[in-house]
Write a protein that binds this ligand. Structure first.
Ligand SMILES: Cc1cc2nc3c(=O)[nH]c(=O)nc-3n(C[C@H](O)[C@H](O)[C@H](O)COP(=O)(O)OP(=O)(O)OC[C@H]3O[C@@H](n4cnc5c(N)ncnc54)[C@H](O)[C@@H]3O)c2cc1C
Length: 211
């Protein structure tokens, strides 16, 4: 008999949701996470939902708790390989052990998209960052710019506005792409956007401040 009906690789929102539904449907499922359950969601200060705003960390732990209650086995372990046989899959772990399963769901996340501009690769980690909750503290008291105007970018800009000397949001169009609460400055992350967007060619900029 196989160890599990399904093994989910990755404990971010995608993996936790897949594992939750598998377990709820009565399947024997195991979820493997190499770092922190919740994945990138753990770094999200605030998520806007119909049911009201919630922090990413809170949503992640709610998801993990609900999945565990439904019977999902959650285990901290790094997956190093997957092998496919005719009716079995083998999921190998870093410590040399592994699990047999009928189905493997890979929910291991993604890498940040790069802008693809000159100097970017050279300066990643030396002034160019892609995780504000992780690295924003290095820019306390400095002037910073955030590229983009979606939820992610504006939440990052407001986060930085709480510690940097100034934050400029650089966007392709004068319209901000984030949801209404973040756009209007009415979100539970305190902060506001000053002035109309100054537009030049295909780009525009705004300033974020936090009060
Ligand atoms: C600062 C920030 C703000 C954001 N704001 C928002 C927002 O406001 N609204 C919104 O909808 N989204 C937001 N996002 C995006 C959202 O967090 C991601 O879209 C979401 O987390 C992706 O989920 P995922 O499960 O696909 O991947 P991830 O969350 O990346 O999870 C993948 C998991 O897989 C694990 N993993 C990878 N490889 C292995 C392996 N070999 N073995 C075991 N485990 C492995 C990783 O450790 C990770 O925990 C934001 C993200 C960040 C960083």
């Amino acid at each position: 008999m196989l160890d599990y009906d399904a093994v989910v690789i990755g404990g971010g929102p995608a993996g936790l949701t897949a594992g939750l539904h598998l377990s709820r449907a009565g399947h024997r499922a195991l979820l493997l996470e190499r770092e922190v359950f919740g994945g990138a969601l753990k770094h999200v200060e605030l998520l806007e939902r119909d049911a009201g705003a919630i922090s990413g960390a809170r949503l992640a732990s709610d998801l993990a708790e609900e999945a565990a209650r439904c019977g999902l086995r959650l285990r901290e372990a790094a997956v190093t390989g997957v092998e496919a046989f005719s009716s079995t899959r083998w999921v190998a772990l870093e410590d040399g052990r592994g699990f047999s399963t009928a189905v493997v769901i890979v929910a291991s996340g993604s890498r940040p998209r790069r802008l693809g501009i000159p100097g970017e690769d050279r300066l990643v980690g030396r002034g160019v960052i892609d995780c504000v909750p992780c690295d924003g503290g290095f820019f306390a008291g400095r002037r910073v710019a955030v590229c983009g105007s979606d939820d992610h970018a504006l939440a990052d800009a407001l986060h930085l506005a709480g510690l940097a000397a100034g934050v400029t949001v650089l966007a392709r169009s004068p319209e901000l792409r984030a949801g209404p609460a973040l756009r209007s400055g009415r979100s539970p992350i305190p902060g506001s956007w000053s002035g109309a967007a100054r537009t030049s060619g295909r780009s525009s900029d705004r300033t974020a401040s936090r009060g």
